[in-house]
Ligand binder design. Sequence first.
Ligand code: GLU
Length: 449
Amino acid sequence: MDHIAEKLQPILRTIEHRNAGEVEFHQAAREVLESLGRVIERHPQYSDEALIERICEPERQIIFRVPWIDDKNQVQINRGFRVQFNSALGPYKGGLRFHPSVNVGIIKFLGFEQTFKNALTGMPIGGGKGGSDFDPKGKSDREVMRFCQSFMIELHRHIGEYVDVPAGDIGVGAREIGFMFGMFKRLNNRYEAGVLTGKALSYGGSRARKEATGFGTVYFVQSMLERRNTGFDGKRCVVSGSGNVAIYAMEKIMAFGGKVIACSDSGGYIVDEAGIDLDLVKQIKETRRGRIAEYVDLKGGAARFVKGGSIWDVPCEIALPCATQNELGAAAAKTLIENGVIAVAEGANMPCMPQAVQIFQAAGVLFAPGKAANAGGVATSALEMQQNASRDSWSFDKTEKKLAEIMYGIHEICHETAEEYGAPDNYVLGANIAGFVRVAEAMDAMGII
Ligand code: GLU
């Protein structure tokens, strides 16, 4: 990993000062700035025109109150966010996260990453992110509905097919998108299908959207492995999380002949040496919204549950962190390497801490950053926007084929850019530079905006 070029250091200092205490945003910005020294050497106009400074400052940040009434008739207050980061390439695009850890710094880091991720897809989408500190865990369907409706009563004035197109993220799936779409439609008296993505198939959703992030991550890993003349066949894989990303990453690994032996949730992890029974995980997580610990009682056999602890202690050749930010640190990276890991790809956004990334790269482990490896979700959201705009609905196969092409394309551009800038195999550098250059070129063409 590079150090931040001297010329770029004041930019990081300004970010830290202006966004005091927002440590995840500082972390995400530092990682990108570390890659950009080599770019401004070749393209001095980017620093003359303060392009990096402009890209690091969100275009707009919205923070709002979300009052709602719980099942006990008590008034509850949450905070809502939408950070509209960059619209050089298209309308702001990015998910909504509902989780108690959400604050403006988390949303800003996610919006910043999203900007480059979306650029890498090659689709006409800018970057944004939003959400709330609302905790969906333990809430009834009606409570979730009332919260989503109240959230949209404020958000609706800031979004639109040509303005800003939210989707899901942690804590926001098809159920929440449905509640929000219903309220948006009432408030605007307008059937604007393309205002949200991740919709159910019954009213304009895209086939393969639910599967896209996990599938896409595995396609990316497949491309990396191919370059080392190998594949998933027979390899031991560990996938953290058991949400939307993890479940469909596991499904595609299995389809490619890999063996998934562990997954997790915030309570702990399960290990099943016979191979994870994915139907059972889906039943627990998708149908019943239950806990992963239940797997062991239902499955029996040699499956075991480890409360708390680190899933990265489980020996594997391929590790996919698909839970949340900063879930894999230096100690875990060392353990994975000792146990023979050959590839690590981020299904979640920024799950590996900077030291962990450094350790993987120094050891020659193939490492795919989230802004490249998990871009399949938002890319398929852009395909959903295409279908909505043309009032069309594509087959699963057609959509998945497009997703696979996009992922192979992202792998290609990251790989080629890394080589071009003298750091072959460094997908972090390749992704940061390729994403940045696409946004910077568009902004450059539009004058000082
Ligand atoms: N939340 C997802 C991400 O991190 C998807 C965003 C979208 O589909 O707009 O990329």
